[in-house]
Write a protein that binds this ligand. Structure first.
Ligand SMILES: [Zn+2]
Length: 431
């Protein structure tokens, strides 16, 4: 491209920007009502045409190999960084560009867009980004259902026509009807579609928490429902203590239980000769004072108090660093009960030992009656099985565990029982 032509392209973009800037400060009071409505429609068309320009720029970036030159895996990551977009936003733009932009082959040959009719309607500003997404999704399923090229083209033309008449939600209903008609046995197409679209991410939300987002395929969704719902059931009232959690909080805690169960299971792959482990790092001062934030090997920050509590569990290792980085103290899975001890505990407690709780052994953790961080031993006389929920609350709610004749009894807080008579989970079959 000669310098003259390049200047011309850039001048066009500058002129468009200047025109929009000027328009934004124009006095609209001079317009009558129908002129005003006309302006609103024109601005919408302008918005759509500008959005559709991504379908021109993204293929150009890709054809030149620019994202790869910046060591990025795909255009989506590159565009996200360049324009400060959320990954979901840049991903949607790139996906649309792949369907509606020209396709440049390695040989340099340029092929027309996969969906030429939709691409034209987008470029013309007749179809919004959301409507285009609906059409692309429907046509993707039809493609997966191995519809022939002619039928695909007909379906595309039909959907584009409908997109010019109806909003995205109504259009989605029309697309569903079309799918049911053209693919009466849509299972295979659905499966392929799900396999391509399956997705899960867990990213920091900037407020110290993480946002878990997922599109689960039907099998994974069924497993998630079965497992999470069984774990998320409200805990039975025990000694007047009601489960105070919202449904969402119970699902969250169920998810945490699943992860802990997975950590405890022997089935997780071993890495570097060490079984799946969460490594927690804290300083000597933090360990002594039980305050501040410790760091997990995944870079997450947890309070030292939480860290010491999870360190009670199998598969958790922790390291105390001195100010110069040397290791002063460490705990490993050696602190945890042996397999034989675990079996004996299961035989004795038969699940969560808290009075009234029905959680089975697989859902429980080993709680040190005297915490190991305070010198408690890892032996039967100092261990009790508790579910995640009761493990979390036993101390903070004022309950105390006491071992009587080698079995755990639970001493209620004084506000609940002035006598503080020890209670035992009645499910347990006494010898
Ligand atoms: Zn329990």
């Amino acid at each position: 491209m000669t310098t003259g032509l390049a200047t011309e392209v850039l001048a066009k973009a500058d002129a468009a920007l200047a025109a929009v800037t000027e328009l934004a400060t124009a006095d609209l009071s001079v317009l009558d009502e129908s002129q005003l409505l006309g302006l609103v429609r024109t601005v919408e068309k302008l918005r759509r045409k500008t959005e559709a320009f991504d379908n021109v720029t993204i293929p150009e970036l890709e054809a030149r190999g620019i994202p790869a030159r910046h060591m990025l895996r795909g255009a989506s990551q590159f565009v996200a960084g360049l324009l400060n977009l959320a990954p979901s936003e840049s991903g949607a733009r790139v996906r649309q560009a792949h369907e509606l932009g020209v396709r440049v082959q390695l040989s340099g040959q340029v092929n027309p867009p996969l969906l030429p009719a939709l691409a034209a309607a987008r470029a013309d500003g007749a179809v919004s980004a959301k409507q285009a997404e609906v059409v692309i999704r429907c046509l993707g399923k039809l493609r997966d259902g191995q519809l022939c090229v002619d039928e695909l083209a007909k379906a595309e033309a039909f959907l584009v026509e409908q997109a010019e008449l109806f909003d995205a939600a109504t259009l989605a209903g029309i697309a569903k009807q079309l799918l049911d008609t053209l693919l009466p046995d849509g299972t295979l197409a659905d499966e392929r579609w799900q396999q391509r679209r399956r997705f899960l991410s867990c990213v920091p939300n900037g407020e110290g928490m993480h946002r878990l987002t997922a599109d689960l395929d039907s099998e994974t969704a069924a497993l998630a429902h079965a497992v999470l719902h069984s774990l998320a059931a409200p805990k039975p009232a025990a000694g007047g203590e009601r489960d105070e959690r919202t449904a969402g909080q119970r699902m969250h805690d169920a998810f945490r239980s699943v992860l802990k169960i997975a950590l405890r299971s022997a089935e997780l792959p071993r890495s570097a000769g060490v079984s799946a482990t969460v490594l927690i790092t804290m300083t000597a001062e933090q360990f002594e004072s039980r305050t501040g934030l410790a760091t997990t090997s995944f870079g997450q920050r947890v309070t030292v108090d939480q860290a010491l509590r999870v360190a009670d569990q199998a598969s958790i290792a922790w390291v105390v660093h001195g100010s110069k980085g040397g290791v002063l103290n460490y705990g490993t899975t050696q602190r945890c009960a042996t397999e034989k001890q675990t079996l004996a505990l299961i035989a004795r407690d038969q699940g969560c030992a808290f009075p009234g709780c029905t959680a089975p052994p697989e859902w429980t953790e080993k709680h040190h009656v005297v915490p190991w961080s305070k010198g408690g031993q890892t032996d039967l006389s100092n261990l009790v099985l508790l579910c995640d929920y009761h493990h979390d609350r036993i101390d903070s709610h004022g309950w105390r565990v006491t071992m009587l004749d080698g079995v755990p009894w639970f001493v209620p807080p004084a506000w609940l029982d002035a006598e503080q008579t020890p209670r035992r989970n009645q499910r347990i079959n006494r010898p």
